[in-house]
Ligand binder design. Structure first.
Ligand code: OSB
Ligand code: MG
Length: 368
């Protein structure tokens, strides 16, 4: 592929309400939408780095710098034979998986659109809908109980509660009492340490499917120490930043479940390698989310059609997060099943250009 131009569009899209986790409260999606243009065909990618490094270390400003200074010029100069080759071509720039992914995904989408195939079909997925759960941010108890009721009634296949020290058993007791049989998980976003072992052990009382990222955001060793002390399986999120990292986590038995976020692991080629590894080892995986707009959400849904994604993921209805999305197709689940957007090739969505212009903070186009 010869890439003619790359557009970096920074957007700020308001959330319907604040999303609060142990690392902070977010009220909008502030990120970059990357567009690549090749032979008259466009493809789109979305960044998942944050404004400030509160989830992992990457930042939007750092990503824009790396895109402008290195990755975009290299792509315009060299093109690529296949989007699966890009991660290796960019390996000389260390880390920065989210930044690389925002550009890599745009090339994958463009490539699929040029071939006239859905991204799902290009990567080997098959299903036309995927099971999804809902991730509930931290809110007062009454609001959370009502939100769990609503999501269960809507058919979501799993409910994930954000927890932190001082806001865990207070929440889990009442939710479990109200819903004895639902598939329930917790996500601590790294809020605990091994000193909290007594609290962590008590998570075993609620029949949780897994506990997501209880300890430090870059840790493997402490999670490996914690895992045998609990009956509930551990799932890693923040720590899993590459195929090598996932292999290390599995070798160390630091987790028994994998949350796959394409941006966090360095792209779709990396995702395919991790998927192969997890299938080979019989490790269940599911597709995580970063409250993406329709571009990132559509990528996630296509990715989650791969056969190894056996647990319900976080790719829930866009309308939970946004009053208006930047794509024209509503990405909405019914009965806990999210249809794969197949309205055309690639990721199967069309940009809502009018709204996109409204939410654009800055726009730059780099040409060959
Ligand atoms: O840890 O999975 C997480 C959102 C932002 C950052 C991190 C996480 C999340 C979520 C929400 O849990 C998932 C979603 O609905 O997209
Ligand atoms: Mg998480």
């Amino acid at each position: 592929m010869k890439i003619d131009e790359v557009e970096l569009r920074v957007i700020r899209v308001p959330f319907r309400s604040a999303f609060t986790t142990s690392f902070g409260s977010q009220t909008e999606k502030h990120t970059v939408i990357v567009t690549v243009r090749s032979d008259g065909v466009e493809g789109y990618g979305e960044g998942v780095m944050e404004t400030l490094p509160e989830y992992r270390e990457e930042t939007l400003a750092g990503a824009l710098y790396l895109l402008r200074e290195a990755l975009v010029p290299a792509l315009l100069r060299d093109g690529c034979d296949h989007p699966g080759d890009l991660a290796a071509a960019w390996a000389r720039y260390r880390g920065n998986p989210m930044c690389k992914t925002s550009l890599e995904l745009a090339v994958w989408d463009c490539f699929a659109r040029q071939q006239g195939v859905a991204l799902r079909d290009l990567i080997g997925g098959s299903v036309s809908e995927i099971p999804v759960g809902a991730s509930l941010g931290m809110n007062p108890l009454g609001d959370t109980l009502a939100s769990v009721d609503r999501h269960v009634a809507e058919g979501y296949k799993r409910i994930k509660l954000k927890v932190e020290p001082g806001w865990d058993h207070e929440l889990l007791g009442p939710v479990r009492t109200a819903h004895p049989d639902i598939e329930l998980t917790v996500d601590a976003n790294s809020a605990y340490t091994l000193d909290d072992i007594d609290t962590l052990r008590r998570f075993d009382d609620y029949g949780l499917k897994y506990i997501e990222q209880p300890l430090h955001w870059d840790d493997l060793v402490d999670h490996a120490a914690l895992a045998p002390l609990l009956r509930t399986p551990l799932c890693l999120d923040e720590t899993l930043t590459s195929p090598a990292r996932v292999r290390a986590a599995l070798d160390l038995q630091a987790c028994a479940v994998v949350n796959l976020k394409v941006g966090r692991v360095g792209g779709l080629a990396a995702t395919l390698r991790i998927h192969e590894l997890c299938v080979e080892r019989g490790v269940p995986m599911w597709c995580g989310g970063m409250l993406e707009t329709g571009v990132g959400r559509a990528h996630n849904i296509h990715i989650a059609t791969l056969p190894g994604f056996t647990y319900p993921g976080d790719t829930a209805s866009a309308s939970r997060t946004y009053a208006r999305d930047i794509v024209l197709q509503p990405l909405e689940a019914t009965g806990g099943m999210m249809p794969v957007p197949l309205d055309g090739p690639g990721i199967g969505v069309t940009l809502d250009r009018a709204y996109l212009d409204e939410v654009t903070e800055s726009l730059e186009t780099v040409r060959r």
